[in-house]
Design a protein around this ligand. Sequence first.
Ligand code: PEP
Ligand code: MG
Length: 543
Amino acid sequence: MSSARLSGVGVSSGRASGPVVRVAEPLGEPPAEPVPTDVAAEAARIRPAADVVAERLFDRAARATGDAKAVLETTAAMAADPALLGQAEKLVAEQQLPAARAVHQAAAGFITALEAAGGYMAERARDVQDVRDRLVAELLGVAPPGVPDLASPSVLVARDLAPADTAGLDPAKVLALVTEEGGPTSHTAILARALGIPAVVACRGVLASDAAALLVDGDTGVVQASDGTVRAAHVAGKAEWNGVGVLRDGYRVKVLGNVGSPADAVAAAAAGAEGVGLFRTEFCFLSSTQEPTVEDQRAAYAAVLAPFAGKPVVVRTLDAGADKPLAFLEPDPEPNPALGVRGLRVAFDRPDVLDRQLEAIALAAKDSGADVSVMAPMVATAAEAAWFVERARKAGIERAGVMIEVPAAALVAREILAVVDFVSLGTNDLAQYTFAADRQVGAVAALNDPWQPALLRLVQLVGEAGTALGKPVGVCGEAAADPLLACVLTGLGVTSLSMNHTALAGVGAKLASTSFDLCQLAARGALGAADPASAKLAARAPH
Ligand SMILES: C=C(OP(=O)(O)O)C(=O)O
Ligand SMILES: [Mg+2]
């Protein structure tokens, strides 16, 4: 594509350019063919390959610090484990398997045994998988799967990234992220924004491109070949905001932060968040293979709550499933995970897990001094909402609410609000389910546009229900991060807006420049529009 421009959806602001590093696709099980002609020679390839892998990992360990260093040293030692290598050599000799297949098969035995042992041992199964994949890649002469160790600042190109991989990216090394697939409200996009890494998703053709360097514009979604000069992200100038969500006529709309880690919480507090409207607790445990103990959860939550002592924080209970799988809450295989057992639905099968989490949240609230409420994800009916509220109260948590992110819940918002203290609109999922458009699929990204009038009409229903019952209605989906849309949402009756820390000042400043009358005018215009572009135009007219 040397001169071609590719276009995707810009999901994390900023422009950056630099050399491309591609994330290799996962390796499947290597083939059992061809049968090696010289089994002794084939078996003899395994130890030198293991030496190369171990040396690379020790090299990385030498450059790392803290936990990362310890993990890399353990993994390097595992790569040279004589038990694993001996078993693989035996399989080559006895079953005439190619070396790569033999390593895969030998590792499978170890992985099964570790998983069966549970606890700490089960955590090690993931390390064996990692070593296995590196060894297999070395023997096949291909790049190891996953995000590579970046020696210098680079633009990462991938088909898509798992949330756990994205969460582990180092913003000092990753200049920008471009994915062939993925949607604007996918968790990969949300995490890239939290890390401040410019990102473009649904960029068709980027995997096929042979450009050695790319210029990425996370605002326009344009990706083009560049000369390889490294230019760091340039984030648009900061808006002036005094940290209080208030319109120029004095109308109050709380401006809150979305967080998933202690670093997010510190950044949100520093950017002036009045509290937290969404703490995604599942982000604390994306790599855990076992359910964290109550004490582990208590410590993890307290670390995120600490910067908000004395301020309101809405802690969302685990939203496991679909694109945020948690190994310890894996459902049976489902044809449509986004429509399956995720969010609160997991808790119906495993109420004990929810109760332990609520206990940990109550303890962390006391430890941190934050004014904590809890909220359940993926609620579809008022009965589900009532079930959750009762459990939260039993755990000693006074204020309990639910997300409105399933169209059915928006339609019965009054009934739901009658049994909860507050609701918060998850516009990412609400759009996904309203338009039957998977938020992870780039091809349907246009439907997942929060300016879609159909989505706004559902928000209107919930806003009206909140006003009628005198209960708070928040928005914590990505819609809240768009300053103009924030005005529309306010006009629709939304009482708090929760967003990534980078969006706080822009939204706060925009709200300070408008009035409730203008917000209502903008909302009426957007609701009556035929499509997202005209909705935006209509909202801009009074602003
Ligand atoms: C805020 C939301 O929750 P999540 O993005 O974590 O699914 C949403 O769906 O809008
Ligand atoms: Mg959601």
